[in-house]
Design a protein around this ligand. Structure first.
Ligand SMILES: C[S@@+](CC[C@H](N)C(=O)[O-])C[C@H]1O[C@@H](n2cnc3c(N)ncnc32)[C@H](O)[C@@H]1O
Length: 440
């Protein structure tokens, strides 16, 4: 990843320019070059962000995250200001406008700094200079008309049309609107504990899964992280493992294991776990996480293809690769990087993995299938497939434990970002599907 071009050519002269320029770089990588936000932020820490003060780094990250989170809303507002869309090749101009609009519309800070930096970034050498006047006019109008624009913002503006129409068809217009609204908010920080009787960190709220929700912040600075007392895991992602019930002493296969959140849950509950992962780099992350949480002695990490998984186990977890549309609160770029064709292809892979998973469950053992997707093809639609193609498995309806609050009429579990966590006033959790099967 290279440093932002403009920043290389001239040093920043306006206060906050370096942070805003770094944010523009993050947004270009994600929105124009289709790189995942989490990876771009990680790489930028060793690139454009490394040259900034801590304060500017935090500002650049915040602007980058807000811009990606509100990309659809920003583009809708900008479209009201532009007589015609920017040419496709004007990637740098688009990134500058999006980053500046994010600050003006959603961060309510230093409006004029946002405009001045945008104009300075576009002006001068290079092909973007001709757009500086346009940017100046558009952004100043955005400041003037901000309140009216935000009041008129359609609920679906922040969701790509194809996803919006799917959610309306499957969940109804009201729930689709609530999901879209939940995606606009920055999520809290959910954690799971290595020690089941761990104390709640200060300011945390207990989750029904045994984990906790904290205020979002720098993870590594929160008490107990360095000691390996907990790991970050969304409240919904903590539910599938609870479907196994008591796994103390059981053999468990986690077929698609990285980065290891559910492997750690199984190990912390006393299972002897084989953690299988196709991607060697991601498998290494499981090892790091297990070492930090002192759970490594309960787990054998193996790099390999789950489609060729061998052996039989008391508990098999298939947390399958999926479109991840349920994680859009945490990974807002997912909305724009996936297509309907991806969902179809992933659902096919999930069925192949289910076939293999069924072979790995010992007679009387349990298979839990899960996806962090809101798309029915990657969840509910697998139930009739299993009933027909895998008669050795019988659905074991979700009736007890923390997942029971999210039970579906068919006996599976479904969470959505628009839901509230029962027993708490905590709003929002990832969209997850899970189903439990017993092997005859
Ligand atoms: C949804 S993520 C798993 C998350 C993990 N269970 C956790 O809780 O941290 C899916 C994982 O499956 C891996 N994967 C994809 N295809 C696979 C395959 N054929 N065999 C094994 N792992 C696979 C991906 O690399 C990815 O790490």
């Amino acid at each position: 990843m290279t440093a932002p071009a403009r920043q290389r050519r001239r040093g920043p002269a306006i206060e906050g320019a370096a942070a805003r320029s770094a944010a523009q770089h993050i947004v270009t990588e994600v929105c124009e070059r289709h790189q995942p936000l989490a990876g771009v932020l990680e790489e930028a820490a060793h690139g454009p962000l490394a040259r900034l003060s801590d304060r500017d780094q935090a500002l650049a990250r915040a602007i980058g995250r807000v811009t990606v989170r509100r990309r659809g809303d920003i583009d809708w507002c900008l479209a009201q200001m532009l007589a015609k869309p920017l040419p496709k090749r004007a990637a740098e101009v688009r990134a500058v406008l999006r980053v500046s609009a994010a600050q003006i519309l959603f961060m309510r800070q230093a409006d004029h700094a946002a405009v001045n930096v945008a104009v300075a970034l576009l002006k001068g050498e290079g092909a973007t200079g001709g757009f500086a006047g346009l940017a100046n006019a558009v952004l100043r109008r955005l400041i003037r008309e901000r309140d009216a624009l935000l009041a008129a913002l359609p609920v679906e503006a922040n969701t790509p049309g194809w996803l919006w129409h799917r959610w309306v068809a499957h969940y109804g217009a009201e729930t689709a609107a609530a999901i879209a609204a939940a995606h606009r908010a920055e999520p809290g920080l959910d954690i799971a504990f290595a020690d089941p009787v761990a104390l709640l960190p200060e300011g945390g709220v207990a989750l029904p899964t045994g984990g906790a929700r904290l205020k979002a912040g720098a993870v590594t600075a929160i008490e107990g992280y360095a000691e390996g007392g907990w790991w970050v895991q969304d409240a919904a992602a903590q539910l599938p493992v609870t479907l196994f019930g008591n796994v103390a002493g059981a053999t468990a296969l986690d077929m698609c294991a990285a980065p290891g959140g559910k492997t750690m849950q199984l190990a912390a509950r006393g299972a002897r776990v084989t953690a299988l992962e196709l991607d060697a780099d991601r498998a290494a992350r499981i090892g790091e996480n297990l070492a930090r949480t002192h759970l490594a002695e309960h787990v054998r990490v193996t790099v390999g293809d789950a489609l060729a998984a061998e052996g039989t186990y008391d508990a098999v977890l298939l947390d399958a690769p999926c479109s991840a549309t349920g994680t859009m609160r945490r990974q807002p770029d997912v909305a724009w990087s996936k297509s309907a064709a991806d969902i179809k292809a992933l659902a096919d892979v999930q069925r192949d993995l289910l076939r293999r998973a069924a072979r790995c469950v010992a007679p009387g053992g349990t298979l839990v299938f899960a996806t962090c997707s809101m798309e029915p093809e990657e969840g509910e639609a697998h139930l009739p497939f299993v009933a027909e193609a895998l008669p050795e498995l019988s659905l074991d309806p979700v009736t007890e434990g923390p997942a029971a609050s999210f039970a579906t009429p068919e006996g599976a579990m479904r969470t959505l970002p628009s839901m509230t966590i029962p027993g708490t006033d905590l709003a929002g959790l990832d969209g997850f599907f899970a189903a439990r099967f017993r092997r005859r």
